[in-house]
Ligand binder design. Sequence first.
Ligand SMILES: [Zn+2]
Length: 336
Amino acid sequence: MRTGMGVKASLKLAMAWGLLRSGALSLHRTGFERGRAIILFYHRINDAADPFFPATPARRFTEQVEYLARRYRIEPLDSVLVWLKEGAPGPPRLAITIDDGYRDTHDIVLPELERIGTPATLFLSTAPPETGRPLWTDRLRNVFKHAREPVVELPALGLTLALSSEEARLASLSVVMPLLKRSPPARIAAVLGELEGRLGCGAAPPTALDWDQVRRLARHVFSLGAHTHNHYMLSHLDDAEIAYEIETSVRLIRERAGAAVTSFAYPNGEAADYDQRAIDVLRRLGVHSAVTARPGFACPGQDPHELRRISGNDPALAIFATRVAGLTPEMGRASR
Ligand SMILES: [Zn+2]
């Protein structure tokens, strides 16, 4: 039994899924799904099953996109936004977005989307392709994945962290990651530097896209959007840092990949991770839309710089399908 879901709710979902799959339930023909867009988001998609680098399994991604392609009009994000501006007439539209810029977007996702014939948007953090270094979040994951000391003290955070088993290292990572996400860049750099100095950073193979791969994505089914340079949570930056992070990513995507940037994704994307200062910078740069990780549908009249998305991170296609259709309780609440 999934946590937080009673027997009754599970039965309802199972029934809804049966009806959806059989085609008996055409929600958009009944009007239920009309007048809103679905913007899906993913991060890593691969079969490594690495607990330090969680990913959507490739098979699950394919299963989801094949299902969606049969039921929805999947369009580039910009087309979906134009359709919303026009008042969202007719059947619902759907856009696929993938954040950060991992190699599996190129190696696994691109061939699958080309085979199915589906467009997508990549929201790229530009520091990894520009510098060859992983994002700070991935450096942190690497430290805890490869640490061989039994314990490490971090006076800067007032923490002593156990590292003696894989479980302990995962638990320690889950303590440090949220603390650093809420920290300014100088503190992130200091803590990461200390951890890498004391524990090593492991001989991890590169997992971020290089610019050749980004250009290949842009030549095929992908549009490119910006996702900052260094993937810091914008609300913890000062004004100059916010401007630098957004401007640098927009400029590098234009210069290195020849793509005009019209959309943006806030790192981490919860309501506390961005504020009006970021929206002001985006407006000034002519970036006319921005997506969050707040769950819900995109509807006409919503602020185009605070678009909601739906995570593709559901273990079962039935749950995913009912969530995308707005039939799960939390999506029912978030639908308007
Ligand atoms: Zn991200």
